[in-house]
Structures are given as C-alpha cells and as structure tokens.
Design a protein. Sequence first.
Length: 218
Amino acid sequence: MYYKEWIKTRWFYLMAALTLLGFSAYNLLNLSRVIEIKGAEHLWEVAITRDAIFIQNITYLPLLIAVAAAITQFVPEMIQKRLKLTMHLPVSYVSSMFSMLMYGLGALTLLFAVNLAVLYAGVAHFFTTEIVKHIMLTAVEWHLAALIAYPLTAWVVLEPTWRIRVADIFISAAIMRYFFAESQPEAYNKWLLPMVLLVLIFTLLPILSATRFKEGVE
C-alpha cells in the first residue's frame, strides 16, 4: 500500500520539496543580503521593534502543499474508480484507508520537518535565541495548520455525494480560516498541542467518507 502511494505521488512530493525549500532558502538569502548592506544591527532592530519574522511569504505555502497532496493522492482514487478496488482487497478497508492517510501525513510531516530544520539552521545563524524561538514557533503553527488541512481535504474528496461534499467544504474552510485569522506572530502558541490532536482526530473523517462510499451512498 505504501509503495503504491509512493509511485502515485513521488513526483508531486519532489516538486513540493523543491518549492518549499526554495522559498525558505530565498528568505535566508534575503536576510544575508540585508546584513551585508545594512548590518546585523538593523536586522535585529526591525525584528524587535516591528515584531518582524522575515518569512511571511511562506505563510500559506505549507497549507497549499497539504491540500494539493490530498488532491493528488485521492482524486485519482475517485475518478479512476481505484477506491472500489481498495474496498475489495483481502484486508479491512478501514486498515487500507488508514494506511493511505498515514502515508500522506508521514510524507508531509517529513517534508515539513526538513523545511523547519532548514529554517532553524538559517535563522539561528543570524539571530539570538529569543528571536529564533519567536520565528520558529510561528512557522510551526503554519505547518501544523497545514497538516490539519490534509485529512480535511481527503474528507471532502472521498465524500461520494456532492450535497454533503459542499457542506464538508464549508466546514473545512471555516476550520482553516480560524487557524489563519490572526496574523500576529505566535498567535496560536496555546493551540500547538491541540493542533496535533486535531490532525489525528480529523484523520477519522476521510474514513467516514470512505465508509459512505462503500455503502453506496448517492
């Protein structure tokens, strides 16, 4: 199952990795350029007085990648009727669906962890511990919110009826809107652990949609 999912999504994750890491590298190069032109003192002053985190241009990028990952993984299952074959494998369809979802979450988690590590190594080279913590906690919030978007998107894609699918879209959009409503850095610090729990809880929703599909709901 994992190998099948890898064959299906490997080019997407390669492009996603290049895009995400490319944006992060661009931000770090910009920081280096500003230091060369105006000095480190100017950069520190901006970080402290303006509450700048210097990586705002990747705010929504993890979210877009997570949504695209779910679409890439599950839309072919619906359009090409592959999900029906999955339902008839000599194993529980719940187990099969859970494996597919864990593959997607695992791949995204690995990609996001590498990106956060790159960002941490870069900003730690320029700033003190306090500023680094401020920047990284904000970036972690964006990446965790993106992980929440993955099962929500899968939930929408796997829903067999358009009437319920539209409702799922509005619910998912409202949830994601909440986690991006505040632009203030570290606005969702108290939500970090609940966000991890929500990723796990929302993983049950695509299985619910798959159950409705198996039962032939129209």
